[in-house]
Ligand binder design. Structure first.
Ligand code: MLT
Length: 312
């Protein structure tokens, strides 16, 4: 009998396959501290997490039976990959399941930003009928710069075209052929920031993408650009962005992710009239949570049963 520990809230429908399996025992214990996890992980063959659990080298050291760690989502930045590799533990993710939800959240943020929806909502429910302060801009005929044209970036680009936007993408793997098929232009980061009215990032956070948009890019950015980050905190330099908002280069920003999550109460984005924020909700839909849980459960079963699987 294989024992699987689920240590973060993960869709119950999504993990039904695990409950149905006759060779598996599933325990769901969420909100455990590192010490609590270290104390029990030795009993388990696999660990399934979302993003709250930080899977540290200590946890893996104590996981003497651990064969696999599954991340119900795309990013595996809460799992220490070096320690997993050293211990021979397979780490898998669910790269597809939340693509559309994250893409749609990006659009929700872009529209909230262009029409000042959160700011207007706040005033209206506060009893003020203010029709003067919230003059927005249309998306139609605007240029959208998409940094990262993978799964999510490509879906964002397709929807932007439907809104009548011109799209330019940056991605080292974006071929002319694919760009043509998507109806988007290709540019470097620096080329795009000079012409885009909206800029959205859709890359993982790596050494190469950290602060991909920072002071040098804000210095050459088109005046009045609006910036969206529903990917990972740190791709855009938050301090440099704040400066660019204050000096009028950037008209506004919408952020779902932060360099430190949750951000400190005095983070300059919180309560700033030109910044829209949400608490890392990109993948938070019923559909996405179910999809990623199904994908990762299936993969975990393959690994435990020594069947072929896709590695993260
Ligand atoms: C991801 O990496 O897929 C998202 O950040 C997922 C999540 O919110 O759990």
């Amino acid at each position: 009998m294989f024992k699987i520990l689920i240590s973060d809230p993960i869709s119950d429908q999504g993990i039904q396959k695990l409950h149905d399996a006759t060779d598996v025992q599933v325990d769901k214990k969420t909100g455990l501290s590192e010490d609590e996890l270290v104390a029990i992980i030795g009993e388990y063959d696999a660990l399934l997490v979302r993003s709250q659990t930080k899977v540290t080298p200590r946890i893996m050291e104590a996981g003497t039976r651990l064969k696999a760690i599954g991340r119900a989502g795309v990013g595996v930045d809460n799992i220490n990959l070096e320690a997993a590799t050293q211990k021979g533990i397979v780490v898998i993710n669910a790269p597809d399941g939340n693509t559309i939800s994250t893409c749609e959240h990006t659009f929700a943020m872009m529209m909230a930003l262009s029409r000042n929806i959160p700011q207007a909502y706040k005033k209206t429910v506060g009893g003020e009928w203010d029709r003067k302060s919230f003059l927005g801009v249309e998306l139609r005929n605007k240029t959208l710069g998409v940094m990262g044209m993978g799964r999510i970036g490509s879906e964002v680009a397709k929807r932007a075209k439907a809104f009548g936007m011109e799209v330019i993408g940056f991605d080292p793997f974006l071929t002319e052929e694919r760009a043509e098929k998507l109806g988007v232009g290709i540019g470097t980061v620096d080329e795009i920031v000079q012409v885009a009215d909206f800029i959205t990032v859709h890359t993982p956070l790596t050494k190469e993408t950290k602060h991909m948009i920072a002071k040098p890019q804000f210095d050459i950015m088109k005046k009045g650009a609006r910036i969206i980050n529903c990917a990972r905190g740190g791709i855009i330099d938050e301090a440099a962005l704040m400066e660019a908002i204050e000096n009028g280069t950037v008209a506004g920003a919408a952020f779902d992710v932060f360099e430190v999550e949750p951000p400190q109460a005095d983070h300059p984005f919180l309560n700033h009239p030109k910044v829209v924020v949400t608490p890392h909700l990109g993948a938070s839909t019923i559909e996405a949570q179910e999809n990623v849980a199904i994908d990762v459960s299936e993969e975990i079963l393959h690994i435990l049963r020594n069947e072929p699987f896709k590695n993260a």
